[in-house]
Design a protein around this ligand. Sequence first.
Ligand code: GDP
Length: 300
Amino acid sequence: MARLRARLAGSNNALARGLLMLLSSDKLDEETWEDFEDTLLTSDLGVGPTTELVEKLRTRLRVEGISEPSQAAAALREELVALVDPTLDRSLNVDRNGALPAVVMVVGVNGTGKTTTCGKLARVLVADDKDVLLGAADTFRAAAVEQLATWGDRVGVPTVRGAEGADPASVAFDAVAKGIEQEVDVVLIDTAGRLHTKTGLMDELGKVKRVVEKKAPVGEVLLVLDATTGQNGLTQARVFAQEVGITGIVLTKLDGSAKGGIVIQVQRELGVPVKLIGLGEGVDDLAPFDAESFVDALLE
Ligand code: GDP
């Protein structure tokens, strides 16, 4: 118990602090539970999941007669894992379809970490012995194309790019055509994310997908979300899910963020699993998402 407390006291994690508060009170009165609830909310767990978690935990502690803090902590861990849902299929659809490469579109608002994620994901796939091709369909910003090509060089995969201002759909189409011709395993398409023209952006992404699908099915549309943007991220996610359709979420910038509760909210709201997490800016800072290790890290 002392060790657990010491660990939690040393943590700057909002959830862990909340747990500490809960465990250090002599009795679990209304006020303590309310404080606990507030703490869960500040970690972006959202109102629905927070209420549900607190109710479940309260009932469980009562029914099972748990008063021992370490048992209460274990119960909290279990309830959190259940909320994150370890049963979701989080595998990436990156296997070739017969003669066709797997196509992955990476979408999201500028600054969330799209291009970086493309580079890091290419690295993961290459390490898995796959031939990868990058498609730079964010033709709106020359810098974005350069940045992707730099990532390509870094991880040793070619980048297909169009001229600045070229039609993104045609660049994506060319990338997939080249992928078919060169018999690569996966074509990863980086897309634009300028938010000030939301309708325009959604139309553009829809077009990229339709045009690419003339060549090969798009097996994954990964939405990149910045974990530090909280509710804003959730609003963005809803728009992308409705307008473009997404198959998985990449939650970036989880390093140094105590806002991991967004995982639970976003999965619930969109019915789409978090598949990957970004833990830094480096080439190896992308990890598959795992419910149990994630909750352990939240509670550390
Ligand atoms: P894009 O505009 O969506 O393509 O975003 P970028 O890939 O250019 O990333 C924006 C910034 O976020 C860059 O400075 C990246 O290095 C940084 N970044 C991306 N992913 C992560 C991450 O997981 N952790 C941290 N700390 N920074 C990240």
